[in-house]
Design a protein around this ligand. Structure first.
Ligand code: ZN
Length: 361
């Protein structure tokens, strides 16, 4: 793999870090390391969301840009007498992407490598081969031979289990393959927005946020928003790329590399019309590519942000990503960079007058 530049090094550290909902400490530390140099103040809320504040204009409108720290994974629930581990999915999983995949169990004694066990085809009947294995019947094998041995190694119910995958730059160097793009790319966008605002005049106060517990129902964004009380909220997250075989345009229209997605509708949010128009007008003016997306089944932290306090105009801006909620997902570096550029340009325009106009029109 080619030598990693500054941005790729940050993306590698963010995606390699391990953190399922409720276990975000390691990810929070990485995000903090990268965002702190560009923030005037760092804090956390009671659930552990990271909040980095950058003042452009004291008393100006408050703009929240939130990614989420957590990734989908599993939690150990039981250890059987032979040393196999039962687990609970945390976040949305499809059984077909799980069997025979390598995982890391984070214990109080350190990391333990495991694999989600599967049967070899040799012993499967023709009928069994056609049927997906149910998640409740799956187990993790860490190579232990008894419950006692598992316990000796430090594994306990409640420990998190994280997919294992190494950050990889592909042959086309714009294509990046990693675990946890959902939603470390959002954390990276929040970091780089604050970075690009260094030495730039902006008529507001910007909060770059790494929210906890998105994957179990947009929970951390609720409390972080309550603490910040923003005037405008952006959720930055992954979206669906519909550009692989078998996905029709009706299911998902977006393509990797064609610009950030402006989500007009999902199950958690109807995009705020005034904010949506400001974002697309800004992109049109500056020739920044973007694509519209609507996902009737999904949701982002914008779903929580907009329902906090008196209501907050909110929008989700997402990166078209292939294979999310599996061990490895793929996205295009240009989409990341264009998302940062677009949000920075929108922030420069969000003075009090514009925010009032958007909110009350
Ligand atoms: Zn997700």
């Amino acid at each position: 793999m080619a030598k990693l530049d500054e941005t790729l090094t940050m993306l590698k550290e963010l995606t390699d870090a391990k953190g399922i909902p409720g276990n975000e400490r390691e990810v929070r530390e990485v995000m903090k390391k990268y965002i702190e140099p560009f923030a005037d103040e760092i804090s956390t809320d009671g659930l552990g969301s990271l909040i980095a504040k950058k003042v452009g204009k004291d008393g100006g409108p408050k703009i929240m840009v939130a990614g989420h720290l957590d990734e989908v994974g599993f939690m150990i629930t039981q250890i059987d007498e032979k040393g196999f581990l039962r687990f609970q999915p945390v976040g949305g999983w499809w059984g077909q992407v799980m069997l025979a995949q390598r995982v890391t169990i984070v214990t109080k004694k350190g990391d333990v490598t495991g694999i989600i066990g599967s049967k070899p085809p040799h012993i499967l009947t023709a009928e069994a081969r056609k049927k997906p294995v149910e998640i409740k019947d799956m187990f993790i094998d860490i190579g232990a031979s008894s419950r006692e041995e598992v316990q000796e190694w430090g594994v306990r119910p409640g420990d998190m289990v994280v997919p294992y995958f190494e950050f990889t730059v592909m042959n086309n160097e714009k294509m990046l393959l990693a675990k946890a793009w959902d939603n470390r790319i959002g954390c990276a966008i929040a970091i780089d927005v604050l970075k690009q605002l260094q030495g730039v005049e902006h008529p507001n106060v910007v909060y770059g946020v790494g929210a906890v517990q998105e994957e179990v129902g947009l929970r951390g964004a609720k409390t972080a928003t309550y603490k910040i009380q923003p005037d405008i909220g952006f959720a930055v997250d992954v979206g669906i790329a519909g550009d692989t075989p078998g996905i029709s345009e009706k299911e998902a229209m977006s393509k990797m590399g064609k610009g950030p997605q402006v989500v007009i509708y999902d199950a958690s949010l109807v995009a705020h019309k005034g904010l949506r128009d400001l974002v697309t007008d800004t992109a049109d003016e500056l020739n920044i590519p973007y694509q519209f997306e609507s996902i009737p089944g999904g949701g982002t932290d914008a779903g929580s942000i907009h329902l906090t306090h008196n209501g907050v105009p909110a929008l989700a801006i997402t990166i078209a990503t292939r294979y999310i909620h599996s061990h490895a997902a793929m996205l295009h570096r240009d989409d990341f960079e264009n998302a940062v550029k677009l949000i920075v340009e929108v922030i420069k325009r969000l003075d009090r007058e514009t925010v009032d106009k958007i909110t009350f029109e």
